[in-house]
Design a binder for this molecule. Structure first.
Ligand code: DQA
Length: 147
């Protein structure tokens, strides 16, 4: 069964109480449970991790090589700043989907730039927690078309 790392970045541990008008009331635990449940339904092995630290996220991406077949990454604010995360994804050569709960393009201009998008196979944003389910479906389809 293909395996996916679902990696969440800074401040996403606070989901549920963090700016609910922007990010909703679903907690990170709820999202991880949703992903585990959906993984079983579509035949995708799911591992979840979260860190507030850029280097720890780089380490998690490196560790994914050989262990997982793809990555779903909500890098939070590091999306807009981190060349290190972009380089890490390019280095491990795992298909990666960039994900955001909010529609970053409808928000402040500094959220319109993404370093991750340059190395991602695609970007999903604006669908709240449901975005994780959409990203899993997209990654599963991508992996089944790989030779
Ligand atoms: C976010 C969007 C980012 O701009 C922000 O810094 C976050 C969350 C999202 O899921 O909508 O922390 O990645």
């Amino acid at each position: 069964m293909p395996s996916v790392l679902i990696l969440n970045g800074p401040n996403l541990n606070l989901l549920g109480t963090r700016q609910p008008e922007v990010y909703g009331t679903t907690t990170l635990d709820d999202i991880e449970a949703l992903c585990a449940h959906h993984g079983k339904a579509i035949g995708l092995d799911v591992s979840c991790a979260q860190s507030n630290h850029e280097g720890a996220l780089v380490d998690a991406i490196h560790a994914a090589r050989g262990l997982h077949n793809g990555i779903i990454l909500n890098a939070g604010a590091y999306t807009h700043t981190s060349i290190a995360l972009m380089d890490a994804i390019a280095s491990v050569e795992l298909p990666t989907i960039e994900l955001h709960l909010s529609n970053v393009h409808a928000r402040e201009e500094f959220r319109h730039r993404s370093y991750i998008a340059r190395v991602a196979i695609g970007v999903i944003c604006g669908f709240g927690a449901q975005g994780y389910v959409l990203a899993m479906d997209a990654l599963k389809a991508h992996l089944s078309h790989e030779v």
